[in-house]
Write a protein that binds this ligand. Structure first.
Ligand SMILES: C[S@@+](CC[C@H](N)C(=O)[O-])C[C@H]1O[C@@H](n2cnc3c(N)ncnc32)[C@H](O)[C@@H]1O
Length: 343
């Protein structure tokens, strides 16, 4: 077991932290939270967790091994750096120190000076160590967050560009009302799934959420009332190159399948239709159907406009609310993203 820290996206930092925890717990990896700061999650886990997070997470930027955490006083930081034992020969091809000041934290500390001082201490530990800013073999990362300094060795930088910007270009069918790829991926992750799990989206539309479920090697089942949309979803799902999916015409309010996770984004009655029902009326019928469909001990992640609230209806049926986030889309639409557990 080792200690790690993730530097998280600033868009939805609390959702990002729960995404990491859900990925690891979903894959039955060890996980113990040590410290949670804005945009930084410090936790104990094993080496295999690094690949799980870097392959799956939508809102993690960097994964690092933790060396130490202390208050952000220069004296304390330098003392802790001096105490570090750096045994490996890695770094002989060059190392770099990178300090990130998060949200304007600890303005009394000069990042430039601190970078130089930490660099000099590390260099003094081994005569063969040299600085290489262009192509370092090792990058030491320090985060100044609130009044804390979190320091360690960078393990993976997550390439989020494909997820964030690539989808509009790369999926053959894109419709208004489709969720962006990063949020769709994060919602699938929040549902604590692992490879091979069956993920159901009962309001699947053109399949944005299901594409992300397939991309992390889950099985995908999609249902939509509109037969034309079902055909469009098939085109998007085939485009992933995976075949572990089924999409069919049906009503989300009378589900028959038994699944490991429900991840869904019902119509908002703005750009996608709820076929004459008000959204709240639709959701009140959907919740018992979802509860029946979900296996025990599993999760449902659902998003809807924050002008309504379904917590009461879901809890009356037997769901336990694990978390609820507000996700800002644009001036006129803030989404709620709720995570529920079926005990
Ligand atoms: C917001 S879209 C889903 C978009 C999808 N999350 C994505 O990112 O591609 C909602 C879909 O729900 C479908 N729908 C509406 N009422 C339904 C119902 N009772 N059962 C199943 N699908 C329904 C609509 O046809 C629409 O395609």
């Amino acid at each position: 077991m080792k200690n790690f820290f993730c530097f998280l996206s600033g868009e939805n930092p609390e959702l990002a932290a729960l995404e990491v925890e859900s990925i690891l717990k979903g894959e039955n990896k060890p996980y113990r939270e040590l410290l949670s700061l804005p945009q930084c999650l410090v936790f104990e886990s094993n080496e295999q967790s690094v690949a799980s997070i870097s392959n799956r997470a939508a809102f993690t930027k960097i994964i690092s091994e933790l060396y130490f955490a202390c208050t952000s006083e220069e004296k304390k930081i330098l003392e802790a750096t001096k105490k570090l034992e750096i045994n490996s020969n890695k770094g002989e091809l060059g190392f770099k120190v990178e300090i990130i000041r998060v949200r304007g934290s600890s303005k009394h500390v000069s990042t430039q000076l601190l970078t130089k001082e930490i660099g000099a201490i590390i260099k003094s530990k081994k005569s063969t160590f040299k600085v290489n800013l262009e192509r370092p073999e090792i990058t030491y990362l320090g985060l100044l967050i609130q009044n804390k300094f979190i320091f360690g060795k960078k393990l993976e930088e997550v390439d989020r560009t494909k997820l964030l910007f690539g989808r509009g270009v790369s999926l053959p069918i894109v419709r208004s009302g489709m969720m962006n790829a990063a949020l769709a991926r994060a919602m699938v992750n929040l549902a604590h799934v692992k490879k091979g799990d069956v993920v159901l989206d009962p309001f699947c539309g053109p399949g944005g959420i299901l594409v992300e479920a397939l991309n992390i090697n889950c099985k995908a089942i999609g249902i939509d009332l509109n037969p034309q949309i079902v055909e469009l979803a098939k085109i998007n799902l085939l485009f992933t190159g995976k075949t572990d999916f089924e999409v069919k015409v049906g009503d989300a309010c009378s589900l028959n399948e038994k699944v490991d996770a429900i991840v869904t984004d019902p119509p908002y009655s703005i750009s996608t239709s709820s076929y004459g029902r008000s959204l709240i009326e639709l959701l009140k019928k959907f919740i018992p159907s979802a509860f029946k469909s979900l296996k025990k001990g599993k999760y449902m992640c659902i998003s809807y406009p924050n002008r309504i609230n379904i917590h009461k209806y879901a809890e009356e049926i037997g769901f336990k609310l694990v978390a609820s986030f507000n996700v800002y889309l644009h001036r006129h639409l803030i989404r709620k993203v709720d995570l529920y557990f079926k005990p």
